[in-house]
Design a protein around this ligand. Structure first.
Ligand code: NDP
Length: 339
């Protein structure tokens, strides 16, 4: 059995979902209540591969909300993730993806030091960040969507916002080694990590976001921002492709401009309907078929019986691992979202 640990994007979102799912006792509560709410399994999932194989999974709602980080409720945030992991393990789930901010909190606050959660000794090999598949899917979105829009990578400048992150650094490695992209702009805040990445790649220009945006033909958004940024389309090149892989979204406003194309990044579409209700809750356009690539990674590991923490730690995603997860992604009927 596979598992997905997820969270909602804001307190407002959480309250409306609680109302919709029939948990009225959660619907009118503020952040403090969510800080003390325990994890819950709220969905049972059945997925069929195009090979005919069928698997079953569970969705674990951690009750983490990005506002917990914004208001420095760090202890509550870390407790949410560790408790959700213990909950998944206690329910016999073999491989669970840590969606959205779950793996970021796990890494940033060194949660690998916590092995014992009440009577559960956490077995980290039962968890994956899902970041290898996410990075692979975003790279394929860059390649395929740019082609559709007539943006030639060999002449294009690609800015990666969140370049030094786990997903961002893997995307930079892929774009450098597997494409003929003309120019890479590396955007993040910590200069030391940016320089280390630049040395590893042997290329790329370090820039802040304001400098990078007007120069980029393609912007890949994979920054861990609890709240998105407002972008004025007039500051962008035209045409311009924005691939927003953040969860919550890196882009706060809806950009409506004929030559600015925004693509939902890190999202896959399955060839067959999935029996679940969780993706309608996070407002996917086609909830029976579309899902986060990190969640799909735990499905793929379950299909392949690869019970290992396939994506783990930080900045360790190799091109070989992206190839491997990419092959099984295609084999089981997933494809990158392109519209
Ligand atoms: P990491 O924590 O590993 O990396 C985050 C990156 O963002 C770092 O480079 C960080 O560098 C940068 N960053 C953070 N804040 C800012 C800012 N204000 N401006 C510019 N850069 C910033 O995160 P992940 O790679 O694990 O995840 C990245 C995003 O992808 C998150 O939003 C996450 O929720 C989402 N995600 C989506 C998935 C999907 O399936 N679609 C799956 C997993 C994650 P610095 O701190 O130096 O600025």
């Amino acid at each position: 059995m596979f598992g997905l640990i997820g969270h909602l994007t804001s307190l407002e979102h959480a309250q409306s979902v609680a109302r919709e799912l029939g948990y009225p006792e959660y619907a009118d509560q503020g952040l403090d209540f969510w800080c003390s709410a325990p994890p819950q399994i709220v969905d049972t999932i059945k997925v069929t591969s195009v090979t005919g194989q069928q698997i079953e999974g569970r969705y674990v709602e951690s009750c983490f909300l990005p506002e917990m980080l914004a208001t420095r409720r760090i202890k509550a945030a870390t407790r949410k993730i560790i408790n959700a992991m213990a909950h998944a393990q206690k329910h016999g789930i073999n491989i669970t993806a840590l969606g959205g901010f779950s793996s970021i909190i796990f890494e940033n606050f060194n949660l690998q030091q916590i092995r014992q959660v009440r009577n559960v000794k956490l077995e980290f090999e039962r968890f994956t960040t899902g970041n290898t598949h996410t990075a692979y899917i975003i790279c394929r979105q860059v390649e395929q969507a740019s082609q559709k829009l007539g943006i030639e990578l060999s002449k294009a400048t690609v800015a990666v916002c969140g370049a030094t992150g786990d997903i961002g650094s893997a995307i930079c490695r892929w774009l450098d080694a597997r494409t003929d992209v003309a120019e890479l702009l590396l955007v993040a805040r910590n200069q030391e990590r940016l320089q280390t990445l630049q040395e590893e790649l042997g290329r790329g220009k370090i820039m802040n976001l304001e400098e990078a945006l007007p120069q980029a033909d393609i912007v890949v958004w994979v920054a861990s921002m609890p709240k998105g940024v407002e972008i004025d389309p007039a500051t962008l090149k035209q045409p311009c492709l924005l691939i927003d892989g953040g969860y919550p979204k890196n882009l706060a406003n809806t950009l409506q401009h004929p030559n600015v194309h925004v693509l939902n990044g890190g999202i896959v579409e399955h060839s067959l309907d999935i029996d679940w209700r969780i993706m309608s809750i996070v407002n996917m356009d086609v909830p029976a078929r579309q899902l986060f690539a990190c969640f799909a990674e735990s499905m793929l590991l379950e299909f392949e019986k690869l019970y290992t923490n396939f994506s783990w730690g930080r900045n360790q995603i190799t091109l070989e691992k992206m190839d491997l997860i990419g092959q099984v992604s295609v084999k089981h009927g997933f494809r990158p979202l392109l519209v």
